[in-house]
Design a protein around this ligand. Structure first.
Ligand SMILES: Cc1cc2nc3c(=O)[nH]c(=O)nc-3n(C[C@H](O)[C@H](O)[C@H](O)COP(=O)(O)O)c2cc1C
Length: 203
């Protein structure tokens, strides 16, 4: 083979390696980004307490790379948001030791035919005014509904948040106007982080 032909073959070889590398990098930058799993955090909050907990959960979830975290009040959630999510973390304030009625209505609107929410990761949180007058019942009720839809439930990372993240907002040392006590916000952050890690592990 003439020397010039050898050089041309070499050049074509190098060119195709460089081009292939470019396409591999391009593919991972563009396509793998858009296929990140979505973690949806949704809540009802009339006076802002449950919203604060939702924000702490979002912060914890965002500390883990590789997911898109969506934080939406329930009245802004479309059916497509539920269907696209790999995990749903749902929160309600305690109303008369029950889920707030609008959260129950929201759950009742979830698609059931064909059980499209089956095998999504689920977790819950709640805020209540007083100790032992409903916040645990609310979390368990939210979990029951998720189980009806076939979701896979995850609790918090400590025994004190075994059912999810909850906060007392109106009794004793926790009767503070404004910010939720950090002890509760930490439970929220840890729940968000744990759910995010679980989603990635399941993938
Ligand atoms: C109609 C109503 C009923 C409530 N019932 C309870 C209750 O049974 N137990 C409780 O711990 N807190 C109860 N609360 C207090 C709320 O759960 C608490 O203030 C909660 O943090 C409010 O959340 P939000 O600020 O996100 O709306 C009730 C509040 C309202 C408005």
């Amino acid at each position: 083979m003439a020397n010039s032909t050898k050089i041309r073959v070499k050049r074509i070889g190098i060119k195709s390696i460089v081009l292939s590398c470019f396409f591999v990098v391009f593919y991972f930058q563009v396509f793998s980004q858009s296929s990140k799993p979505i973690l949806l955090i949704t809540y009802y909050s009339q006076s802002g307490n449950t919203e604060q907990m939702a924000e702490a959960i979002a912060e914890g979830a965002q500390s883990i790379e590789g997911l898109d975290v969506k934080l939406l009040p329930i009245d802004q959630v479309q059916q497509d948001d539920l269907l696209a999510a790999s995990a749903i973390i749902l929160g309600s304030p305690v109303y008369n030791a029950n889920i707030a009625p609008s959260v129950q209505e929201f759950i009742n609107s979830w698609p059931f035919e064909g059980r499209p929410l089956k095998d999504k990761i689920g977790a819950v949180f709640s805020t209540g005014g007083g100790m032992s007058i409903g916040e645990e019942l609310v979390m368990l009720n939210l979990m029951h509904s998720m189980l009806i839809h076939g979701m896979i439930l995850v609790g918090g990372d400590t025994v004190e948040s075994a059912f999810g993240a909850s906060a007392i907002t109106g009794e004793g040392p926790f009767d503070l106007k404004g910010e939720l006590d950090p002890i509760f916000l930490k439970k929220g952050e840890a729940l968000g982080k744990r759910v995010a890690e679980t989603v990635l592990r399941f993938r």
